[in-house]
Design a protein around this ligand. Structure first.
Ligand SMILES: Nc1ncnc2c1ncn2[C@@H]1O[C@H](COP(=O)(O)OP(=O)(O)OP(=O)(O)O)[C@@H](O)[C@H]1O
Ligand SMILES: [Mg+2]
Length: 285
């Protein structure tokens, strides 16, 4: 069982992870989203990041690939510092990654095959189209959609779109796959298909996996390690059992889907619940 970051929130040694954050702080104006976070993502493992909406999960993983730069602190990939690299160097780093973004829509004007070829065309000059078609076929087979090459996104279900996006994410044989809310918007069965695919890819490709999710069923199923972000800090860090039994009330409220007293106080102060419900009767005279 891993220790909480409260205990390991000391500078992480370079050798400890494929992705390493050292004392990373990210502010937008006065809004401190990530507050002095140190973290090492272990190679070949599945790390799941949980936490309430707006707590900075997407901001965190965008630092892994240089889509955001820290206000202070450092980001390393395979022991190389990357947060200060120019864009063309970051592009090379990004070829090691596959990502499935939260709003990671497919390109509607491209067929399924065209979508999967996109990252390949972006990074390589293609001379052998038969080879590319074979890659597309193999990637689609991995997500159970071989045969859908000529479909357009508009004719696919939400779950199928996610699977095509997954096939696109693995087009360049990534060493790390980042998934941002891969099961959001899917019914439980389709969500579970995505979980199974994440597990299958991990088993077959042996890549490092980072998944951001609100979905605790999914988190427990796929994670080697779960990290919870709250108020800019990592408040819990460990395997599924560690998180299930975590003593921190905020962790328990989150994993059990309960609204915290703090959140309720904010809602009541804004008058959105009590006043909206009771105004007509209470104030009729
Ligand atoms: N480019 C930006 N400019 C300014 N503020 C930003 C930017 N990106 C994110 N933020 C702010 O950072 C905070 C964290 O956002 P983030 O998208 O990481 O949340 P999240 O944990 O992924 O939430 P959700 O679960 O809803 O996706 C929010 O307050 C958001 O408004
Ligand atoms: Mg997000």
């Amino acid at each position: 069982m891993k220790k909480d970051n409260e205990k390991n929130d000391t500078p992480v040694g370079d050798g400890d992870g494929i992705i390493v954050l050292k004392n990373l702080t990210k502010k937008f104006g006065d809004n401190i989203v990530l507050d002095n976070i140190s973290l090492a993502i272990e190679k070949g493992k599945t790390t799941v990041v949980i936490g309430p909406s707006g707590c900075g999960k997407t901001v965190l993983i965008k630092h892994f690939i240089g889509l955001l730069r820290p206000s202070s602190g450092e980001v390393y990939f395979k022991k190389r510092r990357i947060d200060n690299l120019p864009e063309n160097e970051l592009n090379k780093i990004r070829t090691y990654y596959g990502f499935l973004f939260q709003a990671g829509a497919l390109f509607d004007s491209l067929s399924v095959a065209g979508n999967i070829m996109f990252p390949i065309r972006q990074h390589y000059k293609i001379t052998d189209w038969t080879e590319v078609e074979e890659i597309v076929k193999a990637k689609l087979a991995m997500v159970g959609l071989d045969g859908y090459q000529h479909f357009y996104p508009a004719s696919l279900s939400g779950g199928q779109k996610k699977r095509v996006a997954l096939a696109r994410a693995i087009a360049l044989n990534p060493e790390v796959i980042l998934y941002d809310e891969p099961t959001t918007g899917l019914d439980p069965i389709r969500a579970d298909i995505i979980n199974e695919l994440i597990l299958k890819l991990q088993r077959e490709l042996g890549e490092t996996t980072v998944v951001v999710t609100h979905d605790m069923t999914s988190a427990y199923k796929i994670a080697d390690r779960i990290i919870m972000l709250h108020n800019g800090k990592i408040i819990a860090d460990g395997d599924a059992d560690h998180i299930r039994n975590h003593p921190h009330p905020t962790v328990q409220q989150f994993i059990n889907g309960q609204v915290s007293e703090d959140d309720l106080a904010v809602l009541r102060a804004r008058g959105t619940i009590t006043q909206a419900q009771f105004l007509p009767r209470d104030f009729k005279g």
